[in-house]
Design a protein around this ligand. Structure first.
Ligand code: FAD
Length: 568
């Protein structure tokens, strides 16, 4: 019964065969046969994952030419930016999830959903092997195989523990809705345990020590939410132990929120200091046991320190899912953190597999090689020189082909590229500039190491999903009339314009109704007004009116009655 059942063969086809063999029903069979043939012509699109990338792809796909099969272990979409609010009961878990079937229902398309996880991708035979999430009567989980014409991989990422001993066993993660619910229950548990009369003062202190590992946006937001929960709600109902509570944020680097503007980092560190949140930078966690965290203190010559704790939350970044690692080794992409795609989100070394969201990354090295070759090609007479105008045209071509280079050029670091290019090819202000291909390549490889990958955010994932759906919607049209740039390798143009990421800014909620916002154009705003901007952006970004109404009503409830501290 555990044998894989091949869902690739359409059950309707079997019905058609028996009808045809039924003699008298032949005419009916032929009629059905014609329509079935049309159905069979549909291309099978298999989508793995119903997170930001998968859902935005599905929401925007509207070409009836596709027969879509969605495979995901969760039958809902979760609005992850509000997960930290769920950990403290500011928002209820149900308010931030939307059943995916509600989302497909609105599509005029043939969409099938299987609540299952993908175990293996067989790229050579275009099949995915899946296991249902639901236990059967015999407590076995059904396994099945789905075949595809196009595969969309949008499975997100794992938590990265960096193989630190004891993390998986002793730390909480904050990745899924269940994680947030578990954290909420554990926080209340700690307060209840510390209130028991038999517990010593020392033990109470340990139990009420909340350690957060990782000073990125998630760790910082969780620390701020927990601080609000404790100071605004829990101190009122646990007055006897309120002075024993401690929150520590451990960060291996020199600063928290290092990906934000320096003004935001400084404000956050200063605010946390005022709030009594102990921010320990240069503190790398090397081991977590049941009651203690061991850290290597970088500022103290690498000395090992141990900190007793009651609850630890691990939030240090993302890693690769095992079946994705296996798929990457099948297609020769070992030693990478994420699946490398081209600018059209197509997985390198495949024709019909696309990867988007946290599990994928655009291959920067290939981009850099191409750029070097574009320069070489522009040097038509092989003279080793380009005019300023030619140089400008080359840059325009590069930016059209590789939007993330343009993004990089526009960002602060872009001056580095300009400087490096100037360094290697001479003064761009001159009418004619020296172009030394070898020097240029070495300059570009320096840029390669500096150029940031697209961040692993919901913003990127959802824009990629929308982009890819639009490509799929216009596949036939663009095959006839390609609209992309001229192919660098091969003839003609690319079918589509490459994916272009539009950065809309980022938030870092810091607690006490204050948020830091870094908006496009390096515009920074910190304080209560940004908190209201945060409320309005997150309310507007909800996937449905139902979740929007629930989230807004949770916020209102919290304002009026405070957060709920019951164990449910
Ligand atoms: P996910 O959204 O993680 O979705 C992955 C999907 O794949 C899920 O449906 C999962 O069930 C499914 N899946 C997993 N394994 C399998 C399998 N084997 N087979 C099939 N399906 C599978 N980003 C922002 O831009 N702004 C924020 O404020 C922000 N806040 C965040 C707060 C938290 C606490 C967290 C954890 C993340 C936050 N992010 C934020 C990041 C953002 O959530 C991710 O970048 C985004 O979810 C990536 O989307 P995705 O579709 O690639 O992956």
């Amino acid at each position: 019964s555990r044998a894989f059942r091949d869902h690739g063969s359409n059950p309707k086809l079997v019905l058609l065969c028996t009808t045809v063999s039924g003699g008298g029903l032949l005419a009916y069979g032929e009629a059905v046969g014609a329509s079935e043939a049309a159905v069979m012509e549909k291309k099978k699109v298999v989508v793995l994952g119903t997170g930001w990338a998968g859902t935005s792809f599905l929401k925007n796909l509207n070409n009836p030419r596709y027969e879509v099969h969605v495979v995901s272990p969760r039958n809902y979409f979760a609005f992850t930016p509000l997960l930290p609010s769920v950990t403290c009961g500011t928002v209820e878990a149900r308010s931030i999830v939307e059943p995916v079937r509600n989302i497909f229902r609105k599509q005029k398309m043939d969409v099938q959903f299987s609540e299952a996880e993908c175990l293996k991708i067989d790229a050579a035979n275009r099949k995915v092997y899946c296991r249902s999430n639901i236990n059967s009567n015999t407590n076995e989980k059904e396994e099945f195989v789905v075949d595809y014409d196009y595969l969309i991989i949008a499975v997100g990422a794992n938590v990265n523990t960096f193989n630190t001993p004891g993390v998986t066993e002793n730390c909480h993660f904050l990745k899924e809705v269940e994680d947030a619910q578990k954290i909420r229950r554990t926080v209340i548990d700690c307060f209840e345990r510390a209130s028991l009369p038999s517990v010593s003062e020392e033990e109470k202190k340990r139990i009420l020590h909340f350690a957060i590992v990782g000073g990125g946006p998630t760790g910082v937001e969780f620390a701020a939410s927990l601080h609000d929960f404790v100071t605004e709600d829990l101190v009122k109902i646990y007055p006897g132990i309120k002075d024993l509570v401690k929150i520590t944020l451990l960060e291996a680097g020199d600063h928290i929120l290092s990906m934000f503007d320096k003004r935001i980092t400084a404000f956050a560190e200063e605010k946390f200091g005022r709030d009594g949140i102990d921010v320990k930078t240069g503190s790398m966690v090397v081991k977590v046991s049941e009651k203690e965290i061991s850290t290597k203190e970088m500022k103290n010559g690498g000395a090992i320190t141990t900190i007793p704790y009651g609850m630890a939350v691990w939030s240090t970044g993302i890693g690769t899912r095992p079946f994705i690692k296996d798929f990457m080794s099948q297609i020769g992409q070992t030693n990478r953190r994420a699946i490398a795609t081209d600018e059209w989100l197509r997985v390198e070394a495949t024709n019909n597999v696309y990867a988007l969201g946290d599990c994928a990354t655009i291959n920067q090295r290939k981009v850099m090689e191409d750029i070097a070759a574009i320069f070489k090609k522009a040097d038509k007479d092989n003279s080793g020189t380009l005019t300023v105008k030619e140089f400008q045209e080359v840059l325009d071509d590069i930016c059209e082909r590789y939007p993330q280079v343009e993004l990089y050029l526009k960002s602060n670091q872009m001056h580095d590229l300009a400087d490096l290019l100037k360094e290697s090819i001479g003064d761009v202000e001159k009418e004619s500039i020296e172009l030394n291909i070898e020097e240029l390549k070495s300059a570009l490889s320096k840029v390669d190491s500096q150029m940031k990958f697209l961040p692993a955010t919901a913003q990127v994932a959802s824009q990629q999903g929308t982009y890819l759906a639009k490509c799929f919607n216009r596949m036939e049209e663009c095959e006839k009339n390609p609209e992309g740039p001229i192919r660098f390798r091969g003839e003609g143009r690319h079918r589509f314009k490459p994916f272009r990421y539009k950065h809309l800014g980022q938030f870092a909620p810091l607690g006490g109704e204050q948020t830091a916002a870094q908006l496009p154009g390096d515009w920074v705003s910190i304080g209560h007004s940004s908190q209201w901007l945060w409320y309005s952006v997150y309310a507007s970004k909800q996937v449905s009116w139902r979740t929007r109404a629930l989230v807004v009503s949770d916020w209102t409830r919290r304002f009026i009655f405070g957060r709920d501290s019951s164990q449910i």
